[in-house]
Ligand binder design. Structure first.
Ligand code: C2E
Ligand code: MG
Ligand code: MG
Ligand code: MG
Length: 289
């Protein structure tokens, strides 16, 4: 019977591994023509200043809808694009589009764009990015590039850092994304003068249930303040989390509590209908008479 069970498990397990590999290959194939077939578009997620409760910016997030494979998450396809050598082209497209659209938005708005380590490690990244910014007419100060700690993982990071310095020198802001999840987060802060520190969703998620998460977030915010960096917490879903973050001095937030990432038209409407500070608090019932 044990033998039977073992074989059954074997038969189920192997084809599933094969499926996963097949899906990877299919995604890689599909990625090659995704831009030219206009299957990709951008979503915008508002970033809200905690003390003023105003929309101060937005993070641009890539979306991909394939006719057969359906909607594929960036967490799945970005890695495949990196391995297949396709991320430079896709990433540049995101940057060009994000800048072109940001230029048409209110001039105080900061636009944040994610950049892969694989993009940054290319020698031509800074030059290509600068040209894209220039052509769009977006003031460089309105652009923020989000990089992750994996940037520092290998020897090629010297090129990546050179690119970041070149961009920062003309006023582009650089944010360290998913802060606290990496292997040696604190050490990375000494490697580059980041403008913004983005606290990972994992800490925010545990804010209400774990005392250590609260202590860690407080300490990160304190550290950022000391080093002169702006702070943003990602993945804020509940007013209770916001209260803790506000009390701890967090600069801005982003998360489902305010809004999910949305098409540009919806984002523009959201800003237009944004209510005055104090009344926009999600937990508040605005219709009481
Ligand atoms: P990220 O840069 O850390 O982006 C934040 C992710 O958290 C987004 O997932 C966003 O939709 C999600 N999120 C925002 N608020 C909440 C919340 O309150 N609760 C929860 N549970 N999730 C929230 P998304 O759009 O699926 O993107 C996943 C990752 O894919 C991004 O993580 C980023 O690393 C990568 N990515 C997305 N777009 C691009 C891109 O244009 N270029 C590159 N290189 N990477 C991208
Ligand atoms: Mg990001
Ligand atoms: Mg993040
Ligand atoms: Mg992430």
């Amino acid at each position: 019977a044990a033998k039977e069970a073992g074989r059954a498990r074997f038969e189920i397990f192997v084809p599933r591994l094969g499926d996963r590999r097949r899906r990877r290959v299919a995604i890689e194939q599909a990625l090659r023509g995704a831009l030219s077939r206009s299957e990709m578009h951008l979503h915008w997620q508002p970033r809200v200043d905690v003390s003023r409760w105003e929309v101060v910016g937005a993070e641009v997030l890539l979306r991909w809808q394939h006719p057969e494979l359906g909607r594929i998450n960036p967490d799945e396809f970005i890695g495949i694009a990196e391995d297949a050598g396709l991320i430079a082209e896709i990433g540049l497209w995101v940057l060009q589009r994000a800048c072109a659209h940001a230029v048409q938005m209110p001039p105080h708005l900061l636009v944040s764009v994610n950049v892969s380590p694989a993009q940054l490690q290319r020698e031509d990244f800074a030059a290509l990015a600068l040209r894209a910014i220039e052509r769009s007419g977006l003031p460089p100060q309105r652009l923020e590039l989000e990089v992750t700690e994996s940037l520092f993982m290998d020897e090629t990071s010297a090129q990546a850092l050179a690119n970041l310095h070149a961009l920062r020198n003309v006023g582009v802001r650089i944010a360290l994304d998913d802060f606290g999840t990496g292997y040696s987060s604190l050490a990375y802060l000494r490697r580059f003068p980041f403008d913004t520190l983005k606290i990972d969703r994992a800490f925010v998620r545990e804010l209400m249930t774990r005392h250590d998460a609260r202590a860690i977030v407080r300490t990160i915010l304190e550290l950022a303040k000391t080093l002169g960096m702006e702070t943003i917490a990602e993945g804020v879903e509940e007013p209770a989390q916001l209260d803790v973050l506000r009390e701890a001095g967090c600069g801005s937030i982003q998360g489902f509590m305010v809004a999910r990432p949305m098409p540009r038209g919806d984002f523009l409407r959201l800003m237009k209908n944004w209510t005055t500070p104090g009344t926009a608090y999600m937990g508040l019932d605005l219709d009481i008479d």
